[in-house]
Design a protein around this ligand. Structure first.
Ligand code: ATP
Length: 465
């Protein structure tokens, strides 16, 4: 009876179960199990697994392995029929620790492995496409004169690309000339609204008295000097597209309240008009001011600040993306050489000075300087001596010398220690001179991730220096 039950369990199991005795003779097995090995179905009771192994049918036999090693083992078998079988064998001992028999479970893994291989292939393909898309995007940006080689700028571009398809309100933050307007335009040109208008309003340039009529438009005879037919405001012009309010920190408090109302109701009323018009626009704003501080000082409405600050994006200064400087310089060189029909070149030492300079006016300052140099320098090559006086202090910083090390090196004969000590001294020097890890990377002539790695590696020693 017990045998019958055991046989039934073995026959109906999802796994193929084989039992062999201590001599390697098959005691029980699923008849179908052997088909995977290119054999006819059958119990093969009484057959030696060593004989089957010799015939090359089991390659190798899990039973033989467990009989030999006397421990649980799992192996993958590649059969003559091109199947991959995973077999796990368990040794069964009597109370005297004598091996009685081996029970093995086998499962055909061929389909799973094939699926896994297909999945890995697909994953590689998707990764390949992703890289291609990123490269194409990079090329497209560069063709449009957008330089973003540094990881900081790349990160912003990726974020902008990811949020471009949504309608979320974006607040671009950062000092003057970093590219806030440029990024706002990129956001629009990659959005679903790209075929509609991108309306840019600089809040600091519209006189307070004209603000309302400019932004909301006006109806016939709204005020003296107004156009007879009335006029559509900038918000109306942005209908379906993007409204970009630059220098939003300059918006007068009275206008802040009106803008908030438009954002809440998505409706506008022209000056002197009664009719309300529903407007659908995406709002992007930018500022180089500290809006939170302005809120605390009562110069900016908190409720409007919350409305604008849905996705805040801090655009890095040029100092934080030094890797971009030489590309921007080359880009300007090409642009202005061709615009002014000249063939100016930049001496490598000038690039060094440019990289070490802090560029308070960011990309705009770099562009202006390049244009001025190309127009005013008579020599074909631009040397550091051609640069304005404020670049002087950055000329001496451009080279690093071991002679400048301030702290004495620890006396040791161990070369590894000497090298590490020297490296720590150099990093200390860079830490004193530079404000950011990007700056340190340029200063030391290594990548920014390497700077991070080294700072982590020597953290304890640097903390105690
Ligand atoms: N990634 C970039 N690659 C090349 N040129 C750029 C890039 N970003 C900005 N510029 C150029 O730098 C100049 C300043 O950019 P932009 O006007 O967008 O800066 P901003 O932060 O909006 O300045 P502001 O705060 O003064 O309004 C522009 O001439 C623009 O074309």
């Amino acid at each position: 009876m017990e045998d019958l039950i055991l046989n039934k369990i073995i026959e109906t199991s999802n796994n193929n179960i084989t039992v062999i005795d201590s001599e390697g003779i098959i005691v029980h097995s699923n008849p179908e199990h052997w088909v995977n090995y290119g054999m006819k179905p059958g119990t093969y009771k009484g057959t030696s697994i060593y004989d089957l192994e010799k015939e090359g049918l089991l390659a190798p036999s899990i039973g033989a392995i467990v009989l030999n090693e006397k421990i649980k083992k799992t192996i993958l078998q590649h059969t003559k029929t091109d199947r991959v079988i995973m077999s796990t064998g368990y040794p069964v001992f009597d109370e005297k620790e004598e091996l009685l028999f081996v029970v093995s479970y086998s499962h055909d893994q061929t389909e799973i492995l094939e699926l896994q291989q297909q999945y890995e292939k697909m994953e590689r393909k998707v990764k390949g496409y992703q890289t291609e898309v990123e490269e194409l995007r990079e090329k497209e940006f560069e063709q449009n004169g957008i330089i973003a080689r540094s990881s900081a700028a790349q990160h912003i571009l990726k974020t902008i690309y990811n949020i471009s398809k949504t309608d979320a309100t974006v607040l671009l933050l950062g000092p003057s000339g970093v590219g806030k307007s440029t990024f706002a335009r990129i956001l629009h040109s990659h959005s679903n609204r790209k075929k509609e208008q991108f309306i840019e309003v600089n809040c600091s340039t519209i006189p307070e008295g004209l603000f309302e009529s400019e932004i909301f438009g006006y109806e016939t005879g709204a005020f003296t000097g107004a156009n007879k037919q009335g006029s559509e405001g900038l918000i109306e012009q942005a209908d379906g597209g993007t409204l970009f309010l630059d220098e939003i920190g300059e918006l007068p408090l009275s206008m802040q309240a009106k803008l908030l109302k438009v954002l809440q109701e998505k409706k506008i009323k022209r000056l002197g008009g009664k009719k309300e018009r529903t407007i659908n626009f995406r709002l992007v704003t930018a500022t180089n001011q500290d809006l939170e501080k302005m809120v605390q000082e009562g110069r900016f409405r908190l409720d409007l600040y919350y409305r604008l600050n849905v996705i805040p994006l801090q655009i890095p200064s040029l100092e934080e993306r030094k890797e971009d400087i030489s590309y921007l310089v080359q880009d300007c060189l090409q642009k202005f050489n061709s615009a002014y029909n000249v063939k100016k070149r930049i001496h490598p030492s000038t690039y060094d000075v440019f990289t070490n300079y802090n560029w308070p006016g960011n990309i705009r300052e770099l562009e202006n300087l390049m244009e001025r140099l190309i127009l005013t320098i008579e020599d074909e090559v631009i040397y550091p001596t051609h640069l304005p006086a404020n670049f002087n202090t950055f000329q001496t910083n451009s080279s690093f010398s071991l002679d400048n090390i301030e702290q004495p090196l620890k006396v040791t004969n161990n070369l590894k220690e000497i090298l590490e000590n020297t490296e720590i001294q150099i990093i200390l020097k860079a830490l004193k001179k530079c404000k950011t890890t990007y700056e340190m990377a340029t200063y030391l002539g290594i990548s920014q991730p390497t700077v991070i790695y080294k700072l982590k590696k020597y953290k304890n020693k640097l903390d105690h220096s």
